[in-house]
Design a protein around this ligand. Structure first.
Ligand SMILES: Cc1cc2nc3c(=O)[nH]c(=O)nc-3n(C[C@H](O)[C@H](O)[C@H](O)COP(=O)(O)O)c2cc1C
Length: 486
C-alpha cells in the first residue's frame, strides 16, 4: 500500500469557478491540495467554448477526453471560433432527476475538463468541491471528475451520507446514485449515472478519490463516522465566517441589527470530540493566517482550508474588474461582507460582499427582471398527479406560486446561478439587452487578507498565499504523522 502525505493547506473550492483550475494547479504544485469548484461546470464549459476558448485550454482538455465522439458533439454544439460577438449564450440543458443524454454529457465533460486542466503537468493533489444541495448534478459531475482522476472529493451544505458509496460504485464501474429530496414526495427518488452506459467501450479503469465531508458541528462528524458505508476519509470543519453558503444557526433564527444570523455557543463545534474520531480534519472559516495555522495544528488538526485569501489572489477566477473592486476596498479598509439569510434560494445563509453595481445593492437587485434559466438550485416537487416539477424561490413569483411555493420564500431571494456566472465574466447578456450582474461572495474574516496585503501591496499569487500560511506550520507541525493510506 502506498502512502500519500496529507496536505496542510487546502485551498477551498469556490463557486462558480472562482477557485480556477490554474489556481488549483499552482496550489497542488506547491505540495498542498488545490480544489476546483464542481458547481455548474457544464455551463462554464459551454460558455467558455462559445466565447471562442481563446487560449485553447478547454479544447486541449477535451482532446484528452476518453470518448472523442462525445467531445466532438459538445464542440459542434457550443464552440464558436472567435466568440459570440455579443449574442446571448445559448441555453444549456438543465439537470433534472432523470437528465437528458445531452445534459449528462455536458456535465461529465465539464467536470472532466476542469479537473484535467488542474492536474495537467504535475503529480500534486487536486480535489473537486460539490454542494450537497445541488443534488441532481452530483452523480454525473463525480463521474466526470473521476474520469480525470481527481484525488479528492469535498462536499458541504448538507449531510453527504451517500457520497462515499457513490464514489465506490463509480470506481468499480457500477451505476452510482443518490437520493433526491423531492418536496411532497410520496416515494423515494434517486438520480443515478451508469458509467458503462455513458462511456461505453471508452470507460477507463477509475480510481476512487478520497472523500472529505465539510461539516459545521461535531454531531454531524460523529454521525458520519459511525457507519463505514457513510464514513468519509476526513472532515473539514467550517465555521460561520467562511465564504459562500454556511450552515444556519441552531435553533430559532435570531437576526442582529444588520439582519445577519446570530451564532452562539451551540454553533461551535467541539474540536476535541472531532479529534477523538481519529480521522484527519482541517479547520475552515477565518483560519487564513500563519498564527491560525499554528493554532489549528496545535489543536490536532491536519491543517486548514482557506478561501478568501485565494479568491482575492491574482490567480482568482473572479473577473479582473470584480477582483480590482474588492482589492481597492480591502486596501482602503472599506470592504465589508454581510451574511444574508435570504439571498440564497436554498434557504442557507450566504455571504454577500457589498459592492456597487452588484446584487448586494437594493437598486441593482430590484432592477433585475426575475428569470430562472440556469436552474442549478431548483427544488424538485411532486405534483398531485405524481409527476415531477421544479421550482426556485428566485424565479418569477407568479411561476413559483403556481408550482405550490410560498410567497414568503421568494422575498429577497437572489439569482445566485446567474450572479455567480457574472462574477467570473461569463454572465448572460439577454436578448432584451439586460446583462446579468455579479453577486459576489467572500468570507467575513478579512484580517488574513489584510495582513497578506501588507506583505504584497501589489497583490499575491495562490502560491505566495500558501507559502505565507505555511510559515505558521514550521514549528507546530514538526514530527506530525502526515500520511494516509492511498
Ligand atoms: C468566493 C468564495 C466562494 C465559495 N464558494 C464555495 C462553494 O461553492 N462551495 C463550498 O463548499 N464552499 C465555498 N466557499 C468556502 C470555501 O471553500 C472555504 O471553506 C472558506 O472560504 C474558508 O473560509 P475563509 O474564507 O475565511 O478562508 C467559498 C468561499 C469563497 C471565498
Amino acid at each position: 500500500m502506498s502512502v500519500t502525505p496529507l496536505p496542510v493547506v487546502i485551498q477551498g473550492g469556490m463557486g462558480v469557478a472562482v477557485s480556477s483550475w490554474w489556481m488549483a494547479a499552482d496550489v497542488a504544485r506547491s505540495g498542498h491540495l488545490g480544489v476546483v469548484s464542481g458547481t455548474a461546470l457544464d455551463a462554464v464549459l459551454a460558455r467558455r467554448l462559445q466565447d471562442g476558448d481563446p487560449q485553447g485550454h478547454a479544447r486541449r482538455a477535451l482532446a484528452h477526453f476518453p470518448d472523442q465522439a462525445m467531445a466532438q458533439r459538445i464542440l459542434d454544439k457550443y464552440f464558436k471560433e472567435g466568440g459570440r460577438d455579443g449574442a446571448p449564450y445559448r441555453p444549456n440543458p438543465t439537470l433534472t432527476v432523470s437528465p437528458s443524454t445531452a445534459a449528462v454529457e455536458l456535465s461529465v465533460a465539464g467536470n472532466f475538463v476542469e479537473v484535467w486542466l488542474a492536474k495537467e503537468g504535475h503529480d500534486g493533489l487536486v480535489g473537486i468541491n460539490f454542494l450537497e444541495k445541488i443534488q441532481m448534478a452530483t452523480p454525473t459531475a463525480a463521474l466526470g471528475a473521476m474520469l480525470a482522476d481527481v484525488d479528492y472529493v469535498l462536499m458541504g451544505a448538507g449531510i453527504p451520507r451517500e457520497i462515499p458509496k457513490l464514489l465506490t460504485d463509480l470506481a468499480a464501474g457500477r451505476p452510482g446514485g443518490i437520493t433526491i429530496d423531492v418536496a411532497g414526495a410520496t416515494k423515494r427518488y434517486t438520480s443515478t449515472v451508469d458509467p458503462v452506459e455513458v462511456m461505453g467501450e471508452y470507460l477507463p479503469q477509475l480510481r476512487r478519490p478520497q472523500f472529505l465531508a465539510i461539516v459545521s458541528l461535531h454531531s454531524l462528524a460523529s454521525y458520519l463516522y459511525r457507519d463505514e458505508e457513510i464514513r468519509p476519509e476526513g472532515f473539514i470543519v467550517e465555521g460561520p465566517p467562511a465564504g459562500g453558503h454556511s450552515a444556519p444557526p441552531r435553533g430559532k433564527m435570531q437576526l442582529d441589527d444588520d439582519g445577519q444570523p446570530v451564532y452562539g455557543l451551540r454553533d461551535q463545534p467541539d474540536l476535541r470530540k472531532i479529534a477523538e474520531l481519529g480521522l484527519p480534519f482541517w479547520l475552515a472559516g477565518a483560519y487564513s493566517s500563519p498564527e491560525k495555522v499554528a493554532e489549528a495544528l496545535q489543536i490536532g488538526a491536519t491543517g486548514v482550508q482557506c478561501g478568501t485569501i485565494f479568491a482575492l489572489s491574482t490567480d482568482s477566477g473572479l473577473a479582473p474588474a470584480v477582483r480590482a473592486q474588492l482589492m481597492e476596498r480591502l486596501t482602503s479598509g472599506s470592504l465589508s461582507v454581510r451574511n444574508d439569510p435570504r439571498a440564497s434560494p436554498t434557504g442557507f445563509p450566504f455571504k454577500v460582499a457589498r459592492l456597487p453595481g452588484t446584487m448586494s445593492q437594493p437598486e441593482v437587485y430590484h432592477a433585475r427582471p426575475r428569470l430562472c434559466d440556469l436552474s442549478y438550485l431548483r427544488t424538485p416537487y411532486e405534483r398531485p398527479n405524481g409527476t415531477l416539477g421544479y421550482r426556485c424561490a428566485s424565479e418569477p413569483e407568479d411561476a413559483y406560486l403556481k408550482k405550490g411555493g410560498n410567497l414568503e420564500d421568494t422575498i429577497g431571494r437572489k439569482c445566485l446561478c446567474n450572479g455567480l456566472m457574472a462574477n467570473i465574466g461569463i454572465g448572460q447578456e439577454r436578448k432584451d439587452g439586460y446583462h446579468e450582474l455579479p453577486a459576489v461572495t467572500l468570507g467575513q474574516d478579512l484580517d488574513g487578507p489584510a495582513a497578506l496585503l501588507e506583505l504584497h501591496p501589489q497583490g499575491w499569487t495562490a502560491t505566495q498565499a500558501v507559502e505565507w500560511l505555511m510559515t505558521g506550520a514550521s514549528d507546530a507541525g514538526a514530527g506530525r504523522d502526515r500520511s494516509v493510506p492511498a
